[in-house]
Design a protein around this ligand. Structure first.
Ligand SMILES: [Zn+2]
Length: 197
């Protein structure tokens, strides 16, 4: 235990996901030895992310305006919608360069063990968007794990009666994993080789 400010910083850092006590201590001492201008920039970035970033009112991706960059882009096709769990999955798919449609971010996946059902996700919002009639194909790009599969199955059953083509990313993605950890080539292949469900 240290005293005062340095311990406060270690405690705060230790609450971040993936940062253990040793890492928290290492980062805290790094900050202590850093140039004041660098520390200011970091503090400013932390504050600005809470002040400026919100969720797109259309797709629920992160945005700095009413709508995100992708929803504002008129060159993107509105007839293909890709459903993902989190904004980080949008970034992963964008990196592949395989997709020119639009997204819908659910905000998680169905997980009965943690009490997360469809009502906790942006499923109703998705159905409203699909009800608009412009979407011809729905790509289910939830994570290749139990929760992601359950979510994809649930959505497929819900959406298919609407006459919208539903597809799921092709196999080849590491099972049990997280979409964001797939490399661009694997994810790109899974995308172009998506299969109808
Ligand atoms: Zn958006």
């Amino acid at each position: 235990m240290y005293e005062g400010a340095i311990q406060d910083l270690i405690d705060e850092l230790g609450r971040l996901p993936g940062v253990g006590p040793k890492s928290a201590q290492r980062i805290a001492f790094h900050v202590l030895q850093s140039d004041p201008a660098d520390v200011h920039r970091l503090a400013g970035a932390l504050q600005r992310v809470k002040e400026l970033v919100r969720f797109c009112t259309t797709c629920y991706n992160v945005a700095e305006a009413e709508q995100c960059r992708i929803c504002r882009d008129s060159r993107r096709s509105g007839d293909v919608l890709c459903v993902v769990e989190e904004p980080k999955d949008v970034v992963a798919i964008e990196r592949t360069g395989e997709f020119r449609g639009r997204y819908h971010v659910l905000g998680g996946a169905i997980n009965p063990l943690e009490g997360i059902g469809p009502d906790h996700l942006r499923v109703r919002e998705l159905m409203t968007r699909l009800g608009g009639g412009a979407v011809r194909e729905l790509i289910l790009a939830t994570d290749p794990n139990t929760e992601g599969e359950a979510t994809a199955t649930y959505l497929a059953l819900l959406v298919k009666p609407m006459g919208i083509a539903v597809s799921r990313l092709a196999s080849g993605l590491p099972v049990g994993g997280d979409l964001e950890y797939a490399d661009e080539i694997t994810l790109g292949r899974a995308f172009s080789g998506r299969r109808a469900v």
